[in-house]
Design a protein around this ligand. Structure first.
Ligand code: AMP
Ligand code: MG
Length: 623
């Protein structure tokens, strides 16, 4: 639908009662009035934007014009705003959105417009659906045919107030959007601050958005979500030579300065010819006027009945649009003959810019650079790239029973292995690491270690000392140094986790207090710390969850997430099959070492029968 046919309407006429009766859309959010975010996202999608507001009209006029007040009296809700909008709408369509939706989809008008056209409907509205949940309607995000105003006015006159209450009189269609977060609206001042990453965030604010939050019985996905929202990227960019960018995170899009390939060229060794010479019904004989090699343009311009011998990658001669591969032709002296129908006009020609157009992003910011990316950046002639500075992560183990490698193992002691696995996992993520050794179970030592870590690193990873039996001072000290919470997570292995942000001498760092058991350390690192560290690095690297058939039965209690160590290999029929390793105890590091994947058994899942499909995460690429 042509965007000039649509007027955008920002619905800002509410009382804002959950926000303390302030004009919600005018509240500052990320440096500007909240509604301005919605306006800026809507404006490119429509011909013009107007506002429905009932207070502070002067201030609204600074954001967008015109501004219309409700005609149905008494703050009758968003529908009264839609009515006011329709009354003054001079285009055939009106697209309404709430003022407190600063993340609204950039293809809202396009998708709703296509739906009303396809179904010849009066109205289209957005719905989203989260996995395993029922679809959720967002009726305030709707595209309405302006001529339906009388239906709406009648509904309001009869006292109707429900946003979708008048749809039964209309032909209304729903449009499914993927990104549920785009429809998030901000109802309370707490949410406003919680979402605002220009303000320091508190864990209490983040957890207040979670219904039924219980730190002593926290589902894995809630813990992951809290961590995701709380952690902030470290924004610091450096320029590095191309090869040094391997494994680093791109800080900016890499924009192609050139077309790739730069010229139309041949995909084959053969003869470049003019498509119009081709005959459907008879063989064609052409005179070869010369040769063009990859790397230099020949300057040859064949006339009708002529062709040019061309090598793969050779620049297409002017006037030529097709290449006949050499194996299709017979050559006699200066002439070649090709049978009818072996190629069609346009075959075997690569277009300039086919791989990449000049000015378009070749790679997006946030990408972790891989070998193919190095090659691609080189193919653009770019020698230096902007990457995020490496994340600095300090880590230490806690426990009086721990001995470091190289020390004698006293009675009742164990070697500190966690510092080695953590070292390995951090190295693989590309962090700068600060190994702080073993810290004794002593309040002063712990405080000193945490302060020093905090003053020197972006993030701190500790192991041990957060479980139920552990001395209470760990919690006291962590909590005293900042905003730290202690969870019991519904998972196995790895129930206890401390998470938050600590401060010392004006510096701060995110803290992950992992459990002590060696397998639990790895599991909590991979499923909580990894994503958070990547987020701090500004990287996008979601965990690749795959499906595989379970080779055997697995016992599993519903109500918690279990991470079992698995070995993935081809089964008898050649299909991938996973078997869990023998002992799954949380201290048994050998099982982790034997495994090549993790089997993820989700909260709601019960026993698995042999042959059932299960989710797995391969270690390759993770470890
Ligand atoms: P904690 O959470 O401190 O009670 O530790 C739980 C278990 O993990 C105990 O059996 C510890 O000995 C063991 N553990 C803690 N830290 C380490 C470590 N760095 N290396 C190996 N085992 C550890
Ligand atoms: Mg301990």
């Amino acid at each position: 639908m042509d965007k000039k046919l649509i007027t955008g309407l920002i619905l800002a006429g509410g009382r804002g009662s959950r926000m303390g009766n302030v004009d919600k859309g005018l509240q500052p959010f990320r440096g500007k009035p909240m509604a301005q975010h919605a306006i800026e996202r809507l404006l490119p999608q429509v011909g013009s934007v107007m506002v429905n507001a009932n207070r502070n009209i002067e201030r609204w006029l600074e954001l967008a014009a015109p501004v219309w007040q409700d005609e149905t009296p008494g703050f009758a809700g968003p529908l009264a705003g839609v009515e006011a909008g329709l009354r003054h709408c001079v285009t055939p369509w009106l697209l309404a959105v709430p003022c407190d939706s600063p993340f609204l989809p950039l293809d809202l008008a396009e998708r709703l417009g296509a739906a009303v056209e396809e179904h010849d409907a009066d109205l289209a509205f957005a719905v989203t659906q989260e996995p395993g949940m029922r679809p959720q309607a967002h009726p305030v995000f709707c595209l309405v045919k302006a001529s339906r105003l009388p239906v709406l006015s009648q509904y309001l006159l009869e006292g109707g107030r429900r946003m979708d209450g008048w749809y039964k009189e209309l032909k209304a269609v729903e449009v499914l959007f993927e990104d549920a977060d785009a429809f998030r609206n901000i109802n309370t001042l707490e949410e406003l601050q919680g979402f605002d990453d220009t303000l320091p965030l508190s864990l209490a604010k983040v957890t207040s958005c979670l219904s039924g939050y219980d730190p002593d019985a926290l589902p894995v996905r809630d813990a992951q979500r809290i961590i995701r929202e709380f952690v902030q990227p470290v924004r610091a960019v450096e320029k590095v030579a191309l090869r040094a960018a391997l494994g680093r995170v791109l800080a900016k899009d890499v924009i192609s300065p050139i077309n790739v390939p730069a010229h139309d060229n041949s995909a084959m060794d053969g003869f470049a010819l003019r498509g119009e010479d081709l005959r459907a019904d008879a063989p064609l004989t052409l005179r070869v006027i010369g040769t063009t090699y990859a790397g230099n343009a020949s300057g040859l311009v064949p006339a009708a009945g002529e062709c040019v011998r061309i090598m793969t990658g050779g620049v297409m001669p002017e006037g030529c649009d097709s290449v006949v591969p050499q194996e299709f032709v017979t050559q006699e002296g200066e002439a070649i003959t090709l049978p009818a129908g072996v190629i069609r006009a346009g075959d075997n020609r690569r277009f300039a810019g086919e791989d990449l157009k000049a000015g378009s992003p070749a790679l997006k910011a946030g990408r972790v650079v891989r070998p193919a990316d190095l090659g691609m950046i080189a193919s653009l002639g770019i020698a230096e790239v902007a990457v995020q500075r490496r994340l600095r992560v300090a880590f230490f183990s806690t426990g009086d029973e721990l001995r470091s490698v190289g020390e004698p193992l006293d009675e009742g002691c164990v070697y500190d292995s966690n510092r080695y696995t953590i070292y390995g996992m951090l190295q693989r993520l590309g962090c700068d690491i600060i190994d702080m050794g073993v810290v004794r179970d002593d309040p002063r030592a712990l405080e000193e270690a945490l302060r020093s870590a905090c003053e020197n690193a972006d993030a701190i990873i500790t192991s041990g000392g957060v479980s139920v039996g552990a001395a209470d001072y760990t919690k006291q000290i962590m909590a005293r140094l900042g905003d730290v919470t202690f969870w019991k997570i519904g998972m196995r292995p790895g129930r206890p986790l401390a998470f938050g942000r600590v401060h010392s001498n004006g510096r701060s760092a995110f803290l992950f207090g992992l459990p002590g058991n060696p397998v639990a350390v790895m599991v909590s690192f991979y499923f909580f710390a990894r994503e958070a560290l990547l987020r701090m690095m500004g990287a996008e690297a979601p965990l690749p969850l795959l499906r595989a058939r379970s080779g055997g039965a697995i016992r599993k209690k519903p109500g918690r997430t279990e991470y079992q160590r698995g070995i993935l290999a081809p089964g008898a029929d050649g299909q991938p099959e996973v078997r869990i390793t023998g002992s799954q105890g949380s201290g048994i590091l050998r099982s982790m070492s034997e495994a090549n994947c993790m089997v993820v058994l989700h909260d709601e899942q019960g026993n698995v029968a042999a042959g059932d499909m299960v989710d797995i995460i391969p270690f390759e690429g993770l470890m």
